[in-house]
Design a binder for this molecule. Structure first.
Ligand code: PMT
Length: 222
């Protein structure tokens, strides 16, 4: 049997995209498949944790023993995550949350009109930033999906959102990141550890990530 270093620990993972409603038949979303979030949830369970997976709309199955909370919009994800935050030991936000949503949600299907249509967008709540501002004992991990200046933007997110660690994902590379079965990431921790996790399946990348987080929580990385 495998070692279960997270036995008795509560771990909350977010995964997948959010969908932001435009009208009864339309929404904005992104390319997240949920594979990275589901892999993290599987591995957390494998390591013995009580796992909650807050997931946007995806086409994946979870194995039994993982509490699945399905949400659609960023606002629903905010509620689902913040109301469960207090008793978590580790929170990992791999979800691709929309930064903007339509300011007005039309109750009726929008009709075609002559000429272009302009939709006004407003900012959504930044869930991760809120968690960083309210965290106590929780080890808080964010993801950064970037297409340029990866390490610089990643480090900014680590500091600005008061995280314990950030996982930087080069989403300009089609073979990794969104939708792919494999990933390759760069991790930075608040304690100053930096590590490249080489190309591998998302489950194997998740195993490598948890190894780092568990060591970091125990103060063994600095
Ligand atoms: O789902 P897959 O197809 O497997 O793809 C995996 C992935 C590419 C989506 C994943 O590895 C990844 O990089 N997730 C982060 C996507 C993202 O939204 O990154 P960001 O740099 O825009 O956001 C930074 C962090 O803030 C993220 O942890 C995000 O969850 C969080 N955030 C962002 C906006 C918002 N309103 N609330 C948030 O909590």
């Amino acid at each position: 049997t495998r070692a279960q270093p997270l036995k008795g620990k509560n771990v909350l993972i977010t995964g997948g995209p959010t969908q932001e409603t435009i009208d009864p038949v339309r929404f904005f979303t992104n390319h997240s498949s949920g594979k990275m979030g589901y892999a993290l949830a599987e591995v957390a369970k494998e390591l013995g944790a009580n796992v909650t997976l807050v997931s946007g709309p995806v086409q994946l199955d979870t194995t039994s023993g993982i509490e699945l909370i399905e949400v659609t919009t960023s606002e629903e994800m905010f509620e689902a995550v913040t109301t469960r935050f207090q008793n978590q030991d580790i929170v990992i936000k791999s979800a691709a949350v929309a930064d903007y949503r339509p300011k007005h949600v039309s109750k009726q299907k929008l009709k075609k009109q002559d000429g272009p249509l302009v939709l006004e967008l407003e900012r959504t709540k930044d869930i991760l930033k809120y968690l960083g501002e309210h965290k106590e004992q929780q080890y808080l991990v964010g993801f950064a999906a970037e297409t340029e200046n990866l390490k610089e933007y990643g480090k900014q997110k680590l500091n600005k959102k008061n995280l314990d660690a950030i996982v930087i994902n080069d989403v300009g590379n089609k073979n990794i990141g969104f939708k792919s079965d494999q990933n390759e990431v760069h991790v930075m921790t608040k304690n100053g550890l930096e590590k490249d996790i080489p190309l591998d399946s998302k489950v194997e990348v998740a195993r490598n990530l948890f190894e780092i987080f568990i060591k970091d929580m125990a103060g063994e990385t600095h």
